[in-house]
Design a protein around this ligand. Structure first.
Ligand SMILES: [Mg+2]
Length: 173
């Protein structure tokens, strides 16, 4: 299938968190409190994507309150944490949303993402993903994880769906 066709079918983007929505860094303070850094332009991209009626979800093997906070801030209700085996979690989200795997894009950076990437219609990798993940992807972003890669992906998909212009027009562009 051509990339254009893949882009047009996408209704749900599922994203890994560490290494995709962040640069992979996990910092701890002296009290052992974890922190992560997200990119503000990914945030706006996710809001724009959802404003078109499309869905966005976060899927991570780890578990942290930070992910809940970031998801809530962006109005993202699909959050699955603590799933080391990501494929069953992804398939259950896809079924719950009443979608077919062809209507889903998944973006990842590391080996645990491979089974999901192989199951969905559009497989995406961040620029600094491991080579196996880049090899399995239909799209590799120019941006690295945590540096606007998800925003870039959203722009590519909405451009393929001829809806990116609408987004820019909203801001007077
Ligand atoms: Mg990751």
């Amino acid at each position: 299938m051509k990339l254009d066709q893949r882009l047009q079918q996408i209704r749900l983007i599922l994203s890994d968190v560490d290494g995709v929505l962040t640069d992979g860094g996990i910092t701890y303070d002296n009290q052992g409190i974890e922190a992560k850094k997200f990119h503000v332009r990914d945030g706006l991209g996710i809001k724009l994507w959802q404003s078109t009626g499309h869905k966005f979800g976060m899927l991570t093997a780890r578990n942290s309150h930070i992910v809940k906070v970031r998801a809530a801030e962006l109005g993202v209700t699909i959050v699955r944490q603590g799933f080391e085996d990501k494929l069953p979690a992804a398939l259950s989200v896809i079924a719950e949303q009443g979608l077919a795997p062809e209507q889903v894009c998944y973006i990842g950076d590391d080996l645990p993402d491979l089974p999901v990437l192989k199951a969905v219609g559009l497989a995406a990798a961040v620029a600094d993903a491991v080579s196996e993940v880049r090899g399995a992807a239909h799209i590799t972003t120019k941006a690295t994880g945590g540096q606007g890669a998800v925003r870039e992906l959203i722009e590519v998909i909405l451009t393929g769906q001829k809806r990116w212009g609408e987004m820019v027009t909203r801001y007077g562009g």
